[in-house]
Design a protein around this ligand. Structure first.
Ligand code: NAG
Ligand code: NAG
Ligand code: NAG
Ligand code: NAG
Length: 487
């Protein structure tokens, strides 16, 4: 009962706040490809304590949406690419998706869903065109389903696209246009978004440019104005972000959609797994972006506020490393909700990130290489390969956070990663004759390297999570809310 009142009062305050804040501030991408996730309530509390007003999800996880209910936080839910064919191929499937993953959460739990992301970078070249024909029908069907549900004015549809859907013919923003091989499908999507008053969503990655092109001018990736600017017919560009966004603006303008709103769906910098992925660069990039955005200046072609979502909130240790070892390290928080570096979002009193509270760790135990084991023991190499194949060794290697470990440190890191990922099960530290469990923290004095202890696995424990939401005081809550709003 007491709980119910508390929820309502804080809800009232958030509602009042969100009237002033609505649509402002930075958003975050909340992905869940992690072996050990923090409970959704813990993450939502962290979002609120950091003043984050917008989150973008990659699907429509029930527990996460439940936890976002009644917080006022704006939510973009996502339809994964592998569902595009079904919702694009059947209006019934699209209606079911909207009923279950949008309407129900709005009506029964007051989740502030504002967007449906239809697919995630479906035109990426690595997909070989698999989703090109099905994306527009999916977009169309979901929009129709939203109309039918009476939600189309509140919930907009969009398609988060990789910035490679457009290119420049002259290496300057002014040469921007949609990629020739997908020109027609892109035009149709843009026209449809324009017709229904929905935004274009683009993901922009200066880090990837630096990663793939060793000659890329490093300073041009950042916002400090230290790069020699690019002169596009008299318009100067001091950073890649502005130039990239304006390449899109030119592409839209050229095709008659110069006023289509644009959301930056993903933007960020990873902290590990590559020589250019480190804490210093990530902090510099993300803080620079914050300052750039909060100034409200916009880009040369599009002055004004920029709507953007950080990629990402928390590290995900089960992401595919096909794009590179950095892929598991995009978080501004580690897997356990601890901040990686100070970052001022302009929304907290402390002027920096607030870490997750009440995080439950496993015991302080690690799996390491036995001091008595020899480096040339024939068991060592296969054990390391096995551990790294199933756990996460992306912090080893040239230029990474644990890249300076010696051979023994390397081996211990791999063993420990496997052991922690398997919830410190004793059998997960039984590499024949070469490993042992220790309670002495093996974290080396090597500056940046961490030998983590895993957090407790999170299971959906309905009982505990939902007791708070029994609403014996439903009417009182509403009155408190109305009162607070009037005051
Ligand atoms: C709702 O979304 C979830 C998560 O993406 C998905 O697994 C489920 O199939 C969706 N429900 C319907 C009815 O389409
Ligand atoms: C794309 O094509 C390449 C080569 O033709 C193939 O190796 C790869 O598996 C394909 N990817 C997908 C997602 O179909
Ligand atoms: C275990 O390691 C010790 C010391 O390195 C070695 O003498 C012994 O032969 C090893 N046993 C097995 C089963 O590999
Ligand atoms: C540690 O492991 C990494 C990645 O497997 C490797 O590149 C590096 O050479 C190893 N270092 C030593 C000293 O064995």
């Amino acid at each position: 009962m007491g709980c119910s009142i508390r929820v309502s009062i804080s809800l009232g305050i958030v509602c009042l706040f969100s009237m002033w804040w609505c649509g402002k501030g930075i958003g975050v991408n909340w992905g869940i490809q992690a072996s050990h996730q923090l409970p959704p309530e813990t993450v939502v509390r962290m979002l609120r304590e950091n003043g984050v007003q917008k989150v973008k999800l990659f699907d429509a996880d029930y527990a996460i949406l439940k936890a976002l209910g009644k917080t006022g936080i704006e939510v973009m839910v996502g339809i994964p690419n592998d569902m595009l064919a079904s919702v694009g191929g059947s209006t019934k499937a699209a209606e079911k998706w909207v009923a279950k993953n949008v309407s129900e959460h709005i009506s029964s739990n007051n989740v502030n869903i504002r967007y449906v992301a239809v697919g995630n970078e479906p035109f990426l070249e690595t997909y070989n065109g698999s989703y090109i024909q099905i994306t527009l029908p999916a977009l169309y069907n979901i929009h129709s389903a939203l109309i039918k549900a009476g939600l189309d004015s509140q919930v907009k549809v969009t398609v988060p696209l990789n910035a490679d859907v457009y290119a420049s013919s002259n290496d300057f923003p002014s040469g921007g246009d949609f990629r020739t091989d997908i020109f027609q499908p892109m035009l149709k999507i843009v026209k449809f978004l324009n017709d229904i008053n929905s935004p274009f969503t683009v993901n922009i990655y200066p880090f990837i440019s630096l990663y793939t092109d060793p000659n890329f001018p490093v300073e041009y990736a950042f916002f400090d104005g230290n790069a020699s600017p690019i002169n596009d017919g008299g318009t100067l560009y001091y950073n890649m972000f502005d130039a990239n966004l304006d390449t899109l603006t030119h592409a839209l303008q050229k095709n008659g959609f110069g006023n289509l709103p644009v959301i930056v769906g993903e933007i960020g910098w990873p902290t590990d797994g590559d020589r250019n992925a480190n804490i210093e660069y990530a902090r510099r990039f993300n803080q620079g972006l914050m300052t750039h955005i909060s100034g409200g200046v916009g880009t040369p072609m599009r002055p004004g506020p920029i709507d953007a979502y950080f990629f990402s909130l928390i590290d995900e240790d089960e992401k595919s490393i096909d794009p590179g070892n950095f892929e598991r390290h995009w978080g501004i928080f580690y897997f356990d909700g601890q901040a990686k570096y100070p970052l001022n979002l302009g929304t907290t009193n402390s002027g920096t990130l607030v870490p997750a509270k009440d995080v439950h760790y496993l015991e302080k135990k690690w799996c390491v290489m036995k001091p008595s084991a020899r480096l040339d023991d024939p068991q060592v190499q296969p054990s390391v390969s096995y551990a790294c194949g199933l756990a996460d060794c992306t912090s080893l290697g040239y230029g990474t956070s644990c890249g300076n470990l010696d051979a023994r440190g390397n081996i211990s890191y791999a063993f420990n990663s496997y052991f922690q990922k398997n919830n410190q099960l004793e059998v997960a530290c039984k590499f024949p004759n070469v490993s042992m469990i220790t309670k002495t923290d093996p974290t080396p004095t090597v500056a940046s390297c961490r030998f983590p202890v895993m957090i407790q696995p999170y299971y959906e424990s309905a009982g505990l999570r939902f007791w708070c939401e029994q609403k014996p005081l439903g009417l009182v809550s509403v009155l408190v809310l109305i009162l607070l709003t009037i005051l």
